[in-house]
Ligand binder design. Structure first.
Ligand SMILES: [Zn+2]
Length: 247
């Protein structure tokens, strides 16, 4: 192959799967740049291999072959996360307060959400997916408004930083559960109301402790631990499950 051909190579097919039933071809996109090493990125079920400008096709192929198992594991993890992601649809599952419940739509004149051990029942007139979703959102926002500001202020009082806490805001954001500014504004993503109380308490503890320490230093974590001794477990819980709470 000519040098030009080598540089224009964009897609390398990779055969993955071990049993005849799951063997398939995967197109890996090659992105060349002024980097020194090869790396693989996986997003939205697409595999990208980032390479230095002059990596040869043989090098790239060998690199992909060598990382085949890792690619398969990542693709499988991604598809599990997608399957578990929260969508408010009849018959789907919602992971509410650490328990999977079936989403049920029930025709009703007034709006209501009822949670039982196994079901998450959305009651309302002419329910469809988007109306049900709006209803779930107002259910969670209302719960958040009832709970989060009071609990946050109570902890701020206990830690004697009431004076620093100026405002508690509730907002749905795309990537964060909580946030604390140096001006003393604490913001919570109200989707956290889908999580169990212990997780919510940890979130509150985390943000209120930022009123004392604005960083994630050892002093900060010691203070978190003093009010929330099992915080490490809650951090892990959020890492493992948060993809099921984003709506
Ligand atoms: Zn923080």
């Amino acid at each position: 192959m000519s040098a030009a051909g080598l540089l224009t190579l964009k897609i390398i097919p990779l055969t993955i799967g071990s049993r005849s039933s799951d063997i398939r071809q995967l197109d890996c996109e090659v992105l060349r740049s002024r980097r020194k090493t090869l790396a693989i990125h996986i997003k939205h079920r697409k595999v990208e291999v980032r390479t230095p400008l002059h990596a040869t096709q043989r090098e790239i192929r060998a690199f992909l072959e060598g990382n085949k198992q890792w690619i398969e594991v990542k693709l499988r993890e991604e598809s599990v996360r997608y399957r578990e992601s929260l969508r408010i649809e009849k018959g789907r599952k919602i992971f509410y307060r650490a328990r999977e419940r079936e989403i049920v739509f029930q025709e009703n004149l007034t709006h209501k959400v009822i949670v039982t051990a196994d079901q998450f029942i959305i009651k309302g007139p002419s329910l469809n997916t988007s109306r049900a979703r709006e209803q779930v959102e107002s259910f969670l926002l209302e719960k958040a408004a009832k709970n989060l500001p009071d609990r946050t202020r109570a902890l701020a009082r206990y830690l004697r930083v009431s004076g620093k806490l100026k405002q508690v805001k509730l907002r749905k954001t795309k990537s964060k559960w909580g946030h604390c500014t140096s001006a003393g504004v604490i913001q919570f993503n109200w989707l956290i109301m889908l999580a169990p109380d212990s997780i919510i308490d940890y979130m509150i503890a985390h943000e209120v402790c930022h009123l004392v320490h604005m960083d994630h230093s050892a002093d900060f974590w010691n203070l978190v631990e003093s009010v929330c001794p099992d915080y490490e477990y809650y951090v892990q819980w959020l890492k493992a499950h948060e993809h099921r709470l984003w709506l």
